[in-house]
Design a protein around this ligand. Structure first.
Ligand code: BES
Ligand code: ZN
Ligand code: MN
Length: 504
């Protein structure tokens, strides 16, 4: 397989839209307070008055997601509703994303090229609309016998968009989607590591280091080794280092379970196919670092991607085994299906102690419990650090990647120790409070560093979301690349220079 589908190319075109080389035009339209499309703003494009007519008849109201298609002068003109322009700011950005993405979904199978009419929008709104258009064009192309169509080219009618930023973001999300949705045997840990190396071979500002199985054993990564040893495809940890400054690094840790059968505590039921996306955390870290490396930021960032396959076999770790983790903590295995915390626990400890990280953020499809609590569209945020909480929530509002704060309840810490018969702590407890248990377990490995855990089991996997997901997510319940935008915005908020000029 190839890891990483290229997004459509983007070019600026400022001539007459009806003589552009594209066969389709996508024209966003706001809704006025009286519930009608603001026809005046696009009157010059409405040459034969169809939009005006549809408005007069009440046939098109320009609500978010509404679409009105007409064929004019050899072009398919797709008017897309953006909702009320006096809406609250973050909602406006999301409305623009959804509106444009809905329009793109109308043409994506039939058009090679689409011209986006963005010149009448505020610059930030236009940027978000463009990003969403490109994200909506995504198709998982690598695994069909016939190549499915993508829009090949997108034209935009304004020259002031920061296309370096836009393309960095979109490429990062595409990469994360490809990785998160890849079938397990297309992407076992070693091959993933080789592909990541290959990907960054042309990015000299990112150093890729792979910890192979022997090294993981030798250096005492007991969590990664125990979970991963049951498969003939042995585990590996990928370390990506983007060194744009000399301060201690910001560490990003991404759970990468290439497939989670549950191990000896094997999973049952149909939804197990979604466990190919139990690598969505690692995919988000990979995609974010890909994007950040293109933005020439003054930041020091390390990505840690511990990669395993969790399967039952004669070599698998067993319930009641004890594991000596990288930092010396002895964990009793009470459930082999609570494997994510074992692999990222090692990586978090390594970030805290070996890398002396300034702060640590992990993304992990950690628990079914968080999906029960927050549903398929919202990730859980666990942190005791107020600044981390505020900046991550702010990044969430800006990007539309939904995140909700969850408690780190001290009284529940007793569960960790009281559940272990022979070890220091148990890897799993009872069903109640399962997501908090996972967060408290991981926190122990952060060794006092500012730390945030994002349980992305819902939006990371696209699990149970296909009928309610925004139009810029991929179809068929595929993983949407959740977290890439969140991390990029978060990192940008952490460095002085607000938005650096991008390199190509
Ligand atoms: N990868 C799963 C979490 C998951 C479950 C994500 C369902 C999406 C949908 C994780 O490794 C897991 O199996 N967690 C267990 C933990 C339990 C054994 C303590 C769970 O949530 O059941
Ligand atoms: Zn898992
Ligand atoms: Mn599991």
């Amino acid at each position: 397989m190839v890891l990483y589908t290229r997004p459509p190319t983007v070019e600026v075109y400022q001539g007459d839209p009806f003589t552009s080389p594209c066969e389709s035009l996508i024209v966003p339209v706001f809704q006025s307070p009286d519930g009608k499309p603001v026809v005046d703003a696009v009157r010059d494009l409405d040459r034969s008055g169809q939009l005006k007519g549809a408005s007069d008849l009440g046939f098109f109201k320009a609500g978010v997601g509404e679409v009105f298609k007409v064929y004019v002068d050899g072009k398919l003109v797709i008017y897309v509703g953006l909702g009320r322009f006096d809406d609250e700011w973050f909602r406006l950005l999301e409305n623009a994303r959804r509106g444009i993405a809905g329009g793109v979904k109308q043409v994506v199978e039939s058009a090679r090229c689409s011209l986006l009419v963005l010149s009448r929008l505020n610059l930030d709104v236009a940027r978000e609309a463009l990003i969403a258009a490109l994200l909506a064009s995504y198709r998982l192309e690598a695994f069909t016998s016939e190549r499915r169509r993508l829009i090949e080219k997108v034209l935009v009618d304004r020259g002031d968009l920061d296309l370096g930023y836009v393309l960095a973001v979109v490429e990062g999300v595409y990469l994360a989607r490809d990785m998160a949705n890849a079938p397990p045997h297309e992407l076992p840990p070693r091959r993933l590591a080789d592909m990541v190396k290959e990907l960054f071979s042309k990015h000299p500002n990112v150093v890729v280091e792979v910890f192979d199985f022997d090294r993981l054993v030798k250096e005492g990564f007991g969590g990664i080794v125990s979970v991963g040893k049951g498969s003939s495809e042995k585990p590996a940890m990928i370390m990506l280092h983007y060194r744009g400054s000399s301060e201690p690094p910001l560490a990003l840790v991404g759970k990468t379970v290439v497939f989670d059968t549950g191990g000896i505590n094997i999973k049952t039921g149909e939804s197990i196919v979604y466990m190919r996306s139990d690598k969505a955390g690692g995919a988000a870290v990979l995609g974010a670092i890909w994007a950040l490396s293109k933005l020439n930021l003054k930041a020091n960032i390390v990505g840690l991607i511990p990669a395993v396959i969790n399967v039952p076999s004669g070599e698998s770790y067993l319930p009641s085994d004890i594991i000596r983790m990288w930092d010396g903590t002895v964990v009793e295995v009470t459930n082999t299906d609570a494997e994510g915390r074992l692999i990222i626990g090692d990586a978090i400890a390594y970030a805290a102690k070996a890398l002396n990280a300034r702060e640590i953020v992990d993304l992990a499809t950690l628990t079914g419990a968080i999906v029960v609590a927050l549903g398929p569209l919202i990730a859980g945020l666990f942190t005791r650090d107020e600044r981390l909480r505020e900046e991550l929530l702010e990044a969430s509002r800006r990007t539309g990647e939904k995140l909700w704060p969850m408690p780190m309840e001290d009284d529940y810490k007793q569960w960790l120790t009281k559940g272990a018969m022979v070890g220091d702590i148990a890897n799993a407890g009872q069903r109640v409070g399962g997501a908090i248990y996972g967060a408290l377990f991981l926190e122990r490995f952060s060794h006092g560093k500012p730390y945030a855990h994002l349980d992305i089991a819902g939006p990371g996997m696209g699990y149970e979301a296909s009928n309610i997901a925004p139009a810029y997510w991929p179809d068929k319940g595929l993983a949407p690349g959740y977290g890439v935008r969140l991390i990029i915005e978060y990192v940008l908020s952490r460095i002085e220079k607000p938005r650096a000029q991008a390199s190509s």
